[in-house]
Design a binder for this molecule. Structure first.
Ligand code: NDP
Ligand code: BG6
Length: 522
């Protein structure tokens, strides 16, 4: 354990360089799960911590017929259960006076006229400086109608006006290359690119942001962060849960779209990118895009060789029985949607050529864990290579733990005390909890604050999302080809299965396949 001083405040709680503007936020899909569990509690936290002004104003918009008071009750349930600051009735009373609600359809001009009226009244009464933040927390099918109505109702200030308008778009941003492109075209016919904040909540996680600090604030790392020293990289984003009543959404999506296109490719870009010239939105995102563009595009016939997909079968996870994926509520009985993906990704640039990045993600795996493991090459000359010891000299592995037990550790070999030279792997470790005295705040707090501050660094830019979809769409095209081949042979495609509660199908192990490369057991 490294001796690091205990610092009381989490980075989120320290004074930020910019003071947030007063603003009004409209949540579309305000009656939903995201609004109740994540957005409203995050806003409450930010106001109580003094990071957003006390008169920050929220207007919920959705079809459900709430009054202001009823919507405040809905919000209170979420805040009480999910906010991380202590709930106090007098704070709540003050906060909730800034919450309002308008009911309407997402494509109905009359609803947007009512919304406009409500905004005008609140902007005047609560001095929000005409700054507007629109948050699309609806299913993606209504992103287009809502943004169209916002444009038609003249609710969007031009980007060069003194007061600002910003639009936050939730995931999934499209289902493939073409639909992501079409959505971008549509949004950018109403908003300017710098007004659009495409959210990926992984970028709001402290440990994910720390990847950049760790890489670029520690001079010892850059010289070894390349193909000369790194053997391969493993990125695991595992979940122990099954579908938890999200079958309707998930069966049309699958692990590749749900987790790889966004969260996992973001992790790849942060680990692999070149140093940016500055820590600002343009410089960071330019380098992330360059890295994503360097990912070798797969031809449909190569997909089987580089990408493994599977579905979970029945099994036990943490003592609970899970049915097979096809038996889950909302899933088609003949579904070929993948709940597990492993991908051997090659990066064609000077830094990473020949260093595979292995990605794996899945539902119903033994534990919830997200981590990045950098495997370094072995020592070139084994001084301790007696038959017994050579097996013991393991590679140095740098582990970036994103969740849980957030931290960074380095596995090294050490001599076991005693008369003979016996080696044992040991860890040098840094843990967020023990070093900073608190667990990192929820990602939505950081991301919402950044939107109000106008900082787009942790949001995905248009070209970024489109290049990520390009590489993923090529995999989808390969799978489509496999389905067509199976149909032509008259044998319906059946994905390989893995028992719920295990680390996925055997084929995922074979993907690594090279001597002495195995998936890490987290
Ligand atoms: P919900 O399914 O709860 O939908 C939000 C609201 O949208 C509903 O309350 C409903 O409001 C309205 N709605 C639902 N279905 C439709 C439909 N078919 N047509 C029009 N309106 C509809 O979604 P979530 O709140 O879970 O998620 C919102 C967005 O955020 C989604 O894009 C999701 O992918 C994304 N997201 C959610 C996360 C979460 O933790 N929930 C995490 C990450 C992303 P009403 O009927 O009152 O209009
Ligand atoms: C969401 C996916 O984006 O991320 C979910 O839609 C998944 O399927 C979730 O469960 C995982 O996020 P986290 O922060 O719990 O790792």
């Amino acid at each position: 354990m490294l001796n690091s001083p205990v610092v009381e405040a989490a980075p989120e709680d320290r004074p930020r360089p910019r003071i947030s503007d007063p603003a009004l936020m409209v949540i579309f899909g305000a009656s939903g799960d995201l609004a109740q569990r994540k957005l409203l509690p995050a806003l409450y936290n930010l106001v109580q911590k003094g990071l957003l002004p006390k008169d920050f104003t929220i207007v919920g918009y959705s079809r459900t017929g709430y009054s202001d008071e009823e919507y405040r009750e809905f919000a209170k349930v979420g805040v009480k259960e999910h906010a991380d600051v202590e709930f106090r009735e007098d704070d709540w009373q003050q906060f909730s006076q800034g919450i309002f609600y308008v009911s309407g359809n997402y494509d109905d001009p009359a609803g947007f006229a009512r919304l406009k009226e409500c905004i005008a009244e609140r902007e005047q009464g609560r001095h929000t400086g005409h700054n507007r933040l629109f948050y699309l927390a609806t299913p993606p099918s209504v992103y287009e109608p809502v943004s169209t109505q916002l444009g038609q109702a003249n609710l969007v200030h031009p980007a060069d006006e003194e007061c600002w308008t910003r639009l936050v778009v939730e995931k999934p941003f499209g289902r493939d290359r073409a639909s992501a492109h079409a959505l971008n075209e549509h949004l950018l016919s109403i908003f300017d690119e710098e007004q659009v904040y495409r959210i990926d909540h992984y970028l709001g996680k402290e440990t994910v942001q720390n990847i950049l600090v760790f890489r670029f604030a520690n001079g010892i790392l850059e010289p070894i962060w390349n193909r000369n020293y790194v053997d391969h990289v493993q990125i695991t984003v595992a979940e122990s849960i099954g579908l938890e009543r999200r079958g309707g959404y998930y069966d049309k999506s699958g692990a590749l779209r749900d987790m790889v296109q966004n969260h996992m490719l973001q992790l790849v870009s942060l680990v692999g990118m070149e140093p940016p010239v500055a820590f600002d939105a343009k410089a960071v995102r330019d380098q992330k895009v360059n890295l994503l563009r360097s990912i070798r595009p797969l031809a449909p016939e190569e997909v089987g060789q580089y990408v493994v997909r599977a579905q979970y079968g029945p099994g036990e996870v943490n003592g609970e029985h899970l049915p097979s994926y096809r038996d889950e509520e909302g899933v088609a009985p003949e579904s070929t949607t993948e709940t597990f993906v492993a991908w051997k990704l090659e990066i064609d640039n000077w830094r990473w050529n020949g260093v595979p990045f292995y990605l794996r993600t899945g539902k119903a795996l033994p534990q919830k864990v997200s981590e990045i493991a950098i495997y370094f090459r072995r020592a070139p000359h084994l001084l301790f290579a007696s038959a017994e010891d050579s097996k013991q000299i393991s590679r140095n592995v740098l582990l970036i733990r994103i969740q849980p037990d957030e931290g960074i550790s380095l596995k090294i070999s050490a001599k076991l005390p005693g008369p003979s030279v016996k080696l044992q792997p040991v860890n040098m470790a840094f843990h967020y909890g023990s070093s900073f005295g608190s667990t990192p705040p929820d990602a939505y707090q950081r991301l919402l604050l950044d939107v109000v501050l106008g900082d787009g660094t942790l949001f995905t830019r248009r070209d970024e999302v489109e290049v990520a979809w390009d590489r993923v769409t090529r995999v989808l095209e390969g799978w489509q080809m496999q389905e067509e081949q199976a149909q032509a042979q008259g044998v319906p495609l059946r994905l390989p299965t893995y028992e719920a509660g295990t680390w996925g199908p055997a084929a995922a192990e074979e993907l690594l396949g090279q001597e002495d490369q195995n998936w890490r057991k987290p």
